[in-house]
Every structure is written in structure tokens, then in C-alpha cells.
Write a protein that binds this ligand. Structure first.
Ligand code: 5GP
Ligand code: MN
Ligand code: MN
Length: 320
């Protein structure tokens, strides 16, 4: 597919007779916030809509209070045929897992995303790599469509924005302006941030303690700029929910003398989901891409099999 603008997305959505919205595996606040905001807008225009994401993962607890969750359906309930299928915050078809097969049963497909590695796999692709969250793109679509942004929509959009900008740590002026407009609808930004980013069960603390003990600093890796890595095994995770392991990389990445941070997260199926972060000099999306993954310049990831040592060896090679 090729690159399209906001207006083409609006035309597709406005003309749709039924819509399926797909969110990515290990759903986060950006993909769910984007999906639910679209669903709320479509429902208001009386267009039937379903939102889903691939199992086995459940909806993170912190996202269960998001407006529009009533539009979420289990993957097996997703209609085989639909007028318009939309993916949100997914850079490639594999990011929607088994649900990628549903694209064949759609009359039209629309990809809305902000990943640098997006493969433009839709018939219409709205990919804005300068947007700091996919919800920024959704906000533009809703504005162009003439959908008034009320508190329910603002909640969904803010959730993606605050998460993908690391609580606005690396947010630019465009994101701050949108955040201000969203807060003007009366949403409680502090409560949304606390729920999404600053709330963990007590068991998170002993997990962190075990995992941070595995951290190693390799000053000569990553082209001599330094690599820090840590490994999260299933035994460390215990009964903690998957989203609790996602936050560990944000602590590991604060290491001075390491340009790149990597956290190896052992999935329930035994494969490794690897989170990569860089500070400024390194493009981790490129390294992730050579390992079959993708992402953004400063935040990327890939999935791998084998022992942690093997995964780390291929990572070192990919980092150069
Ligand atoms: P995280 O480390 O938060 O899981 O992911 C960081 C970024 O890398 C996200 O934007 C995500 O899209 C991307 N990413 C993470 N894991 C994978 C993967 O296995 N495949 C691809 N294509 N992208 C990934
Ligand atoms: Mn995401
Ligand atoms: Mn995103």
C-alpha cells in the first residue's frame, strides 16, 4: 500500500457500513485508547463496530475502566466479513497475531499508526511517524470528521498520549497542545496517569528486586556506547500480570554509560519478548527490524527463541 492522508481515512470511516478495529498483541493504552476512541465515534454515527486484540493476553487491569470497553469482543467473536477493517498502533500484520487473517475478509482495510517501521499493509495507510502516539492521529481524524471530543473520547486519547510519551517526558509541543485541549474537557489527567503508569500490586516490588539483580552493564557493546540488559524469567513473574513486566525497562534504561537498554521478558510460551530503548544516538528500530521486530527510533522490540545468552549474542551483533 501507499501513504494516505487524514481525509482519506475520514472518507473511509464515514462511508463504512460495519467496522472491525484491531489492536496489537500485549495491548497497551495507545492501541486500546485508539481503538476505543474510534469505536465511540463510530457508534455515535450509528455505524456498527467491534474492537478486538489477539489472545492469549487479557486486557491489562489498568485499561478496564476506559470508556468504550463495551465495544471490545473476544477474537473468536470478530466477524469473518466486514466492510472496513482498521488496525491501530500496529506496524505490521503480525502485530495483530491470528487476527491478521481477518484482513482478507474485509472489503477495505485502513492502517492508522505512528511506527517508523510500519510496512503499509493496508489499502489505505495513515502513518504519521512524527505523532508521538497513535491517539494523536486519531484525534486529528476525529477533528477532521467533525466528531466533538468530549470527556469520554478525551480519556481514551489522553491514555495513549501519556503512555507513549512516558508521562510527557519526551513529548513535543504538538503533544502538549493536544494534552491541554483534552484536559479542557474536564478529564482527570492525574488520575489517568496514576492508574496507567504508577499503580502496581505489592508483588511487583519483589519481582523488580529479583530482575534488577540480573542487570549487567557492557560498556563496549552497542558500538562502544554501552548496553545494559536484564532478564525476566517466568518464575520471577509468578502470578503477576504481563503488564507488570512491561514497566521494568523504564527503570533499566536510566543507567548512565549505557546508550541502549534491553529487557528480555520470558513469555508464557517460553519465547522471549525483548524491549529495546535508546537515549539519542542509537536507532533501535533498525536493530529490532534486523531481528524480525520493529518499533520507533528510541523504543523498539522483537521476539526471539533460545537461551538468554543466545538472544543477547544476536542482539549484540544487530547493535554492531
Ligand atoms: P515494548 O518494549 O514497549 O514492548 O515495545 C516498544 C516498541 O517496539 C513498540 O512500539 C512496539 O510496537 C515495538 N515492538 C515490541 N515488540 C515487538 C515485536 O515483537 N515485533 C514488532 N514488530 N515490534 C515490536
Ligand atoms: Mn503500542
Ligand atoms: Mn503507540
Amino acid at each position: 500500500g501507499t501513504e494516505h492522508g487524514i481525509d482519506e481515512a475520514v472518507a473511509l470511516l464515514a462511508a463504512a457500513t460495519s467496522v472491525t478495529v484491531l489492536c496489537h498483541v500485549h495491548p497497551d493504552a495507545d492501541t486500546i485508547g485508539s481503538g476505543l476512541a474510534l469505536a465511540i465515534a463510530l457508534a455515535r454515527r450509528s455505524i456498527p463496530v467491534q474492537v478486538s486484540f489477539p489472545h492469549p493476553h487479557e486486557l491489562p487491569e489498568s485499561l478496564r475502566s476506559m470508556p468504550g470497553v463495551e465495544h471490545l469482543v473476544a477474537p473468536e467473536q470478530v466477524a469473518a466479513e466486514v466492510d472496513l477493517l482498521v488496525t491501530v498502533d500496529a506496524g505490521s500484520p503480525d502485530r495483530v497475531g491470528d487476527l491478521a487473517g481477518r484482513m482478507a475478509g474485509a472489503r477495505r482495510t485502513l492502517v492508522i499508526d505512528h511506527h517508523a517501521t510500519n510496512t503499509r499493509f493496508g489499502m489505505v495507510n495513515v502513518v504519521d511517524v512524527d505523532a508521538e502516539s497513535t491517539t494523536v492521529v486519531i484525534a486529528q481524524i476525529l477533528q477532521a470528521w467533525g466528531v466533538p471530543i468530549d470527556a469520554a473520547l478525551a480519556h481514551c486519547l489522553y491514555a495513549g498520549l501519556v503512555t507513549d510519551t512516558g508521562s510527557f517526558k519526551w513529548a513535543g509541543a504538538r503533544s502538549h497542545r493536544l494534552a491541554a485541549d483534552l484536559l479542557d474537557t474536564g478529564i482527570d489527567g492525574a488520575a489517568i496517569s496514576r492508574t496507567l503508569l504508577d499503580t502496581h500490586p505489592f508483588g511487583w516490588l519483589p519481582m523488580l528486586s529479583a530482575v534488577l539483580g540480573t542487570a549487567r552493564l557492557e560498556p563496549d557493546s552497542a558500538g562502544g556506547l554501552g548496553l545494559v540488559h536484564a532478564v525476566i524469567r517466568r518464575a520471577d513473574v509468578g502470578s503477576l500480570r504481563w503488564e507488570e513486566v512491561e514497566s521494568v525497562v523504564d527503570i533499566v534504561r536510566t543507567t548512565a554509560d549505557a546508550e541502549v537498554a534491553a529487557v528480555l521478558k520470558e513469555q508464557p510460551d517460553g519465547r522471549w519478548s525483548v524491549s529495546l530503548r535508546s537515549k539519542r544516538a542509537f536507532d533501535v528500530a533498525q536493530a529490532a527490524r534486523t531481528l524480525g521486530g520493529g518499533g520507533h527510533r528510541f523504543a523498539a522490540g522483537f521476539t526471539a527463541e533460545g537461551e538468554p545468552d543466545e538472544v543477547l549474542s544476536s542482539l549484540r551483533r544487530a547493535l554492531g
